[in-house]
Write a new protein. Structure first.
Ligand SMILES: [Zn+2]
Length: 262
């Protein structure tokens, strides 16, 4: 999953962008699995590497993220070098993300919802949206070459890649106190999603560091399944992941609108 495999990546179907390694596994991992099972090309861009985490090192998180990517069936996953815990919406950061958007050319981008307890998550909603806009500008503002963490030579500068703007941006709203626009049924994928989360041993295994801060390992499964069950029930399925879209929905045939009313 390096830039060498770039020809494979043109026109990715779905790109999930998140602040931290293991965010995507929690908020939209089941959706990525469902898309991959339909033969769609999925990708993940983590913006930070986890160097400020209470638990584990950036190296631990890199190994775990690669393992999780395999379990989620994604074609490509990389991490940028934005500072963990201090993500900011700057032109340089927008350019770093825009370069990846131009490289992968996704039709759909998944971002975190714009209100969140962790400031990094909230900022990524705006930062990611504005980066997608920038990626579509044919005359994107020139930015001094931002450092790219992996194989800098092989990833072209944003200005040298053709413009691309995703068709659709949706916001993963699992942790937001907001009514979702729609639910993705992840029932067949809930165990695989859980497996992808639990490869982050540095974060979830019981340990002294952060023991008053982190949920005990044995409770994680109950919590994640309860959340998925809650959102599933809203749409009449067993397990679901919630999303918000800013646009209204469009219907072609009233008889095919899903989710029963009574
Ligand atoms: Zn996070």
């Amino acid at each position: 999953m390096t830039a060498d495999s770039r020809p494979d990546l043109f026109n990715a179907d779905v790109l999930a962008i998140a602040a931290h390694r293991n965010d995507v596994e929690q908020t939209c991992g089941g959706t990525l699995l469902r898309m991959a099972s339909r033969g769609l090309r999925t990708a993940i861009l983590d913006l930070t590497r986890g160097e400020a985490g209470t638990r584990g090192t950036a190296e631990d998180r890199a190994t775990e993220a690669a393992e999780a990517a395999k379990l989620l069936g994604v074609r490509w996953r990389e991490a940028l070098d934005l500072p963990d815990g201090a993500v900011e919406n700057t032109l340089e950061n927008r350019s770093k993300i825009a370069r990846i958007v131009r490289l992968l050319r996704p039709r759909v981008v998944i971002l975190p919802y714009w209100q969140a307890r962790h400031p990094d998550h909230a900022i990524v909603a705006t930062l990611g949206y504005e980066a997608c806009f920038l990626a579509g500008l044919s005359k994107a503002p020139a930015v001094k070459a931002p450092a790219y963490s992996v194989e800098p030579e092989s990833v072209p500068e944003v200005a040298s890649l053709p413009p691309h703007r995703p068709f659709k941006i949706v916001y993963a709203s699992l942790y937001a106190d907001v009514r979702p626009s729609f639910i993705v049924d992840i029932t067949p994928f809930i165990e695989q999603r859980q497996a992808s989360l639990m490869v982050y041993r540095s974060q979830y295994a019981n340990q002294a560091a952060g023991s008053g801060l982190f949920v005990a390992e044995e409770e994680i499964r109950e919590r994640t399944f309860a959340e998925a069950r809650h959102y599933g029930l809203l749409a009449g399925v067993r397990y679901g992941e919630p999303f918000v879209q800013k646009e209204v929905g469009l219907v072609d045939d009233l008889t095919l609108v899903p989710v029963q009313s009574i």
